[in-house]
Write a protein that binds this ligand. Structure first.
Ligand SMILES: NC(=O)c1ccc[n+]([C@@H]2O[C@H](COP(=O)([O-])OP(=O)(O)OC[C@H]3O[C@@H](n4cnc5c(N)ncnc54)[C@H](OP(=O)(O)O)[C@@H]3O)[C@@H](O)[C@H]2O)c1
Length: 255
C-alpha cells in the first residue's frame, strides 16, 4: 500500500463528509498518499480542525468546507473548491446519512434529506467535476454505497444506495475512458457498531451470525480499498460494486 500511496502525489481530492469517522480515515489516507484534499462537513467544524491538527497539515494541503448536501448549492461548493485547489482529480462521495424509518412512517422531509445527500449530491458532484477530469485526461470517482442496497427492508436509505450503484454504472460509461467510477459498499462498519446498538439493539449480533468471515470490516480496510481504486492496479476497473462486508451480502438478512 505504501508504494501505491506515493502515486497520488500532486492529485487534488474532494471527500464529502470527510471530517470524522470513515470520511476522516479516507482523508488521512489521501493526505498520506500525497494528495491535496478538500473535505466537506455538515456543521461540526471542530472535528475538521482536529483532523487538520492531527495530520499536521496547513490549508494548502487540507481545507474544510461546511456544506449541507441535503440542501446546499453544489455549484457554489464546487466553485470555492476550484478557486482554492484548481481542478479536482479524485472525488469520494462519502457523506451518506442513514435512516431506518419504514416507508409508511417516513416524512417527506426525511425522504428528501436521505435522497438528496446520498444520491442527488453524487449526480451533481459528478456533473460538476467529471467533465474537468475527462478534459484533464485522468480522474477517479468513488461513491460510498452500503450493502443495505441489497435488502428490501432498508427503506429510503437502501433505495438511495441501490440507485447510487445504478448512477455509478451510467457515469462509468459517460466518463470513460479517462475517468473510472466505482462504488464501495460497506456492510456494518466495525467502529460504528455502538451507534447501531443504540438505534437497533441486537441487529449487529444478527448481522454477524450471517457474515461468513464472522467479523465486520474496519474503517481502515475500507479506506485502503478506496485508495487502491485510485491507483494503477485498478486502472481497468470501472462501473463495479464492491461489497466490503465479510460476505454478508451473499445471503442478505431476511426481512
Ligand atoms: N457506518 C456504517 O456502518 C456504514 C455502513 C454502510 C455504509 N456506510 C456508508 O459509509 C459512509 C460513511 O459512513 P459513516 O458512518 O462514517 O458516516 P457518518 O458518521 O454519518 O458521517 C459523518 C460525516 O458526514 C457529514 N454529514 C452528515 N450529514 C451530512 C449532510 N447532510 N451534508 C453533508 N455532510 C454531512 C458529517 O458532518 P458533521 O460532522 O458536521 O456532522 C461528517 O463529516 C456513508 O455514505 C454511509 O452511508 C456506513
Amino acid at each position: 500500500v505504501e508504494k501505491l500511496d506515493s502515486l497520488l502525489k500532486g492529485r487534488v481530492a474532494l471527500v464529502t463528509g470527510g471530517s470524522r469517522n470513515l470520511g476522516a480515515e479516507i482523508v488521512e489516507r489521501l493526505v498520506k498518499a500525497g494528495a491535496r484534499v478538500a473535505l466537506t462537513y455538515l456543521s461540526q467544524s471542530a472535528a475538521a480542525q482536529d483532523l487538520q491538527t492531527r495530520l499536521e497539515t496547513n490549508e494548502s494541503i487540507l481545507r474544510a468546507y461546511p456544506s449541507d448536501l441535503c440542501a446546499a448549492s453544489i455549484s457554489h461548493l464546487a466553485t470555492r473548491v476550484r478557486e482554492d485547489f484548481g481542478p479536482v482529480d479524485i472525488l469520494v462521495h462519502n457523506a451518506g446519512p442513514y435512516s431506518s424509518t419504514r416507508f409508511l412512517d417516513l416524512a417527506e422531509q426525511e425522504w428528501d434529506c436521505i435522497m438528496n445527500t446520498n444520491l442527488k449530491a453524487a449526480y451533481l458532484l459528478a456533473r460538476e467535476f467529471g467533465p474537468g477530469m475527462k478534459a484533464g485526461g485522468w480522474g477517479r470517482i468513488v461513491f460510498l454505497g452500503a450493502v443495505s442496497a441489497y435488502r428490501a427492508e432498508s427503506g429510503v436509505y437502501g433505495l438511495a444506495k441501490s440507485s447510487l450503484a445504478w448512477l455509478c454504472r451510467s457515469l462509468a460509461t459517460e466518463l470513460a475512458p479517462q475517468v473510472t467510477v466505482n462504488i464501495v459498499e460497506p456492510g456494518q462498519v466495525e467502529e460504528s457498531v455502538p451507534e447501531l446498538e443504540q438505534d437497533e439493539p441486537g441487529l449487529a449480533e444478527r448481522l454477524l451470525r450471517l457474515t461468513p468471515l464472522a467479523r465486520f470490516a474496519t474503517r481502515s480496510e475500507i479506506a485502503s480499498l478506496i485508495i487502491a481504486l485510485c491507483s494503477p492496479p485498478y486502472d481497468s476497473v470501472t462501473g463495479i460494486r464492491l461489497p466490503v462486508d465479510g460476505g454478508a451480502s451473499i445471503n442478505p438478512l431476511p426481512a
